[in-house]
Ligand binder design. Structure first.
Ligand SMILES: [Zn+2]
Length: 321
């Protein structure tokens, strides 16, 4: 099987997983346990009729129906095909990233590569579901955080050595990866919890919920401590900018932090090395060679801090779980 087939296969699988994520996003935050169950066939959200399996095909179903439900002709939310497309795209890039010039199925299966793609995909699916649930309901459910923290800190190190980075070369590779993941979990959790406590003291308002703490623990288990730090940094930068834009456009300054953290984790997963090179090599080199670079950096940092303070202060202080 060729690499192209592998990547296209990943995209098709992504579309199907995206279809399932739509169910997760819709059902998981429901109060009623019967509605929360992920089993059972999907029903039309307007009239409650069971949806036929061929109308439920990812993306295609929406296109063939031209965006209108077969049962009651009500408009189907564009969110459904978009989540499916997004997941397909992310799975495709996950497969592409692990190419390494090494054919996956040419001479037997390269298990390390295959597992890496599988765990990246699981992580990406987790980010997509958490993003939309937090956006809609302002919660990051434990039902996603806990399993992902466990998978990230135990299963990933067992199969893919060096996934979350390395702690000490004197350990066996498996033990090294396991500790790197657990350390990432502790750093992700501790960092967010620390900012939550400081934010409460400074602003007397919850800038970050306990859901964010557990979400970052799961992210740290996957990406290691360096990845957790970078995720949090990127999440704050994007959150400050995004929150300010939202404040100007909608006058609602509430920032659900989950989507920004998820975006930070996404950038970290795909571009950790390039971002680190830019932050610690390209940028300092430019700063040494140009006087205005220092000024620019100070201004940028100030703007970011002011934006964050404005956004957090103006926040209505909705409680989060
Ligand atoms: Zn209907």
């Amino acid at each position: 099987m060729s690499m192209v087939m592998f990547e296209v296969g990943a995209a098709v699988l992504g579309a199907c997983v995206g279809s399932f994520l739509n169910v997760v996003i819709h059902r998981l935050p429901q109060e009623d346990p019967a509605q929360r169950s992920l089993g059972g066939r999907s029903r039309c959200p307007h009239c409650g009729k069971q949806i036929r399996f061929y109308d439920n095909l990812p993306v295609l179903g929406y296109l063939l129906l031209r965006g209108k439900a077969r049962c009651c002709k009500q408009r189907i939310s564009k969110r459904y095909p978009l989540v499916e497309l997004l997941t397909a795209l992310l799975f495709y890039f996950a497969a592409l990233q692990h190419r390494f010039g090494e054919p996956v199925f040419a001479s037997g299966i390269d298990w390390n590569n295959t597992f890496a793609v599988a765990f990246d995909s699981a992580f990406l699916a987790f980010l997509v579901a958490s993003t939309f649930i937090d956006w809609d309901h302002r919660i990051l459910p434990d039902a996603l955080n806990y399993p992902m923290a466990i998978v990230g800190s135990t299963l990933v190190p067992m199969t893919v050595f060096g996934y979350a980075g390395s702690i000490s070369k004197e350990l066996t590779p498996g033990m090294d990866s396991l500790l790197a993941s657990l350390f990432g979990l502790v750093v992700g959790c501790g960092l967010t919890w620390g900012v939550r406590v400081v934010g409460k003291v400074l602003f007397r308002k919850e800038a970050m919920g306990f859901g964010d703490v557990k979400f970052m623990a799961a992210i740290g288990a996957f990406l290691g401590w360096k990845g957790a730090l970078l995720t949090f940094f990127l999440g704050c930068v994007v959150g400050a900018v995004g929150g300010s834009i939202k404040l100007i456009v909608t006058r609602d300054s509430y920032v659900p932090f989950g989507p920004y953290l998820a975006l930070g984790a996404l950038l970290t997963l795909f571009a950790q090395q390039s971002i680190f090179t830019f932050l610690f090599q390209t940028w300092p080199e430019w700063q040494r060679s140009s006087a205005s670079a220092t000024l620019l950096m100070v201004c940028l940092a100030l703007v970011c801090i002011i934006l964050l303070v404005v956004v957090v202060r103006r926040g209505r202080g909705h409680g989060r779980h």
